[in-house]
Design a protein around this ligand. Sequence first.
Ligand SMILES: [Zn+2]
Length: 309
Amino acid sequence: MPDGPPLARVTWDRAGLHRNDDAWLADAWSRARVLLISPGSETPVDGDGRVQLRPSDEAPDGPRRLLGIVDDVPTFAVTAAPDGDNWRTLRDVGGTVGDLSGGLLATAIGLEQWHAKHPHCPRCGALTHETQAGWTRTCPVDGSHHFPRTDPAVIMLVHDGGDLALLGRGPKWNPGRFSTLAGFVEPGETLEGAVAREVFEEVGVVVQDVRYVASQPWPFPASLMLGFTARLVGDPALTLDPVEMAEAGWFTREEIRRAADWADDDPAVRAGDRRAAADARPDGTRLVAVPPPFSISRYLIDRWLAGES
Ligand SMILES: [Zn+2]
């Protein structure tokens, strides 16, 4: 197994101590590379689906946010309107973008989404402005500072201790496309408590032996996905929450491995295309596709398929 899920394998110097230093920032900009990000979270990519950074003197005017220092080069994100037909979102290029670019892109999208959705001071309602190289917003009326939010969410591979894992399908997903269960952590709750609560709410079974595996930023708009495994105790019979779950079931490793192969071979199947899915399951099996390889859901699934739990 690779060392951690995609978007979470590479760290860089986020240069937090320089964010308030205007002289340093001006010099850094003069020799920076720039990742352009649109209000719709798109960025320009090359023909192989890799992010194209630009020199700062070729970047359009727009809010500048310091992503950090990568291989001694200051790297910024700048908000810009798409200027070509090669702009894609992280959802489109998550499988090709690469570990470092994926991390930079997740950071740039997270900041862009937060700034766009939080223009006002939560204390007094005044319009705030960006400060600290894009890492805070400051209120001109009361001087308060506001920080980008990150929402913890748990995502869990539930297994029976043997050859069965629990996968579910949300009501917006096409038939055949299943994933691990997930949900947001509530105030006052532990991560382990959130795993057990979400599993019980969504499918009505009890788990224990909740083990942390890995995390992955997922900036749509602000989630930090915290990946776990958990083991069934007691009755495996499922009682679904009809709002959250259209379908759920226990599947064998063989069934899940086959669905993963189908989905990886055929993007239409992976996306939940009904006709492609029907073609892919000549024996009528319910499970046709699992999430794509860059998702933490798939990372948890692949680990379990490899015998780790
Ligand atoms: Zn204010």
